[in-house]
Design a protein around this ligand. Structure first.
Ligand code: UTP
Length: 284
């Protein structure tokens, strides 16, 4: 089953507690890296990969994420009257039927958030993008994964090597054979201690999954941290369906953490020719 990946799920209903107080009233996915919110980067990456339908899994207090993709009629009219270019707004508008939202009533975990999108996904393969993992690459990370999917089919997780002491923060791959950028996944363990981790190959925030993962998620079994884990549901597909971890040529910034968020602003600021000279001068 290798037909086109047309739909992408953006789980954006988490609490973002690591970035409090900033995320008390603002969704973390609306936090800005240079001149646009995290969600815009993720949506641009999905569009570049050929995604036609964006499925936001939102919750209480997340309305600004959806409003952001509306046409800002008054703003556009006023800017037009003043002769200001509207180009900066173009990619922040969703096309007709492009954006669908579903609600997650309680933040029960990433697996539960993905399961909330099951009716919209139906019987198709789909992508999942976690916007707080900002991926900077050309082509984008999801495009590289879609290219790998055309070759491999099945389920594909994006992965990178992490430091041994970091395994307890990630889903970790039990690796099989590697060919090019793809490693066969023999098992997945959520947040193992370094001593029991099967490798240092960590799953990061991009996935291409077969719809059968929704059946596994419907059991609502809780795992690490008492949350319904996507990793556990994916692990139950191994052996039944092809499963690979793919390393992409991109830099990841974990913008769900303070250090990653500040680092992303520095790195992307320094890559922006309009502001880089001043940043270089002041940051040393
Ligand atoms: P995280 O664990 O990084 O997000 O989930 P969090 O829980 O919001 O952050 P902290 O740890 O409290 O700071 C990864 C992604 O899954 C979404 C989050 O919004 C984020 O994009 N998520 C997580 C949900 O949509 N629902 C959940 O129940 C949990």
């Amino acid at each position: 089953m290798t037909h086109k990946v047309r739909k992408a799920v953006f789980p954006v209903a988490g609490l973002g507690t690591r970035l409090l107080p900033a995320t008390k009233t603002m969704p973390k996915e609306m936090l800005t890296i240079v001149d646009r919110p995290l969600i815009q980067y993720a949506v641009d990456e999905a569009r570049e990969a050929g995604i036609e339908q964006l499925v936001f899994v939102t919750g209480r207090g997340k309305a600004s994420l959806v409003d952001y993709f509306d046409m800002a009629y008054e703003l556009e009219r006023t800017m037009g009257e003043k002769g200001k270019a509207l180009d900066p707004l173009a990619s922040s508008r969703a096309g007709y039927g492009e954006l669908v939202t579903v609600r997650q009533q309680q933040p029960l975990g990433l697996g539960h958030a993905v399961w909330c999108a099951r009716e919209v996904i139906g019987e198709e393969p789909f992508a999942v993008l976690l916007p707080d993992d900002l991926m900077v690459g050309k082509p984008g990370a999801l495009k590289q994964m879609v290219d790998a999917y055309a070759r491999l089919g099945g389920n594909i997780v994006c992965a990178e090597e992490v430091a041994a002491e970091a395994t307890a923060s990630y889903g970790i791959v039990d690796p099989g054979a590697t060919e090019g950028n793809a490693t066969e996944v023999k098992g997945l363990v959520e947040k193992p201690d370094p001593a029991s981790a099967p490798s240092r190959l960590a799953v990061i925030g991009r996935y291409i999954l077969q719809p059968q993962v929704m059946e596994e998620l419907s059991a609502h079994e809780t795992g690490a941290g008492g949350e319904i884990q996507l990793t556990d549901a994916m692990a139950r597909l191994i052996g039944r369906q092809s499963f690979h971890a793919v390393k992409v040529d991109a830099t990841r910034y974990d913008c769900g953490s303070k250090a990653g968020f500040v680092l992303a602003n520095c790195a992307l600021g320094l890559a922006d020719p309009d502001i880089a000279p001043l940043l270089r001068e002041r940051l040393g």
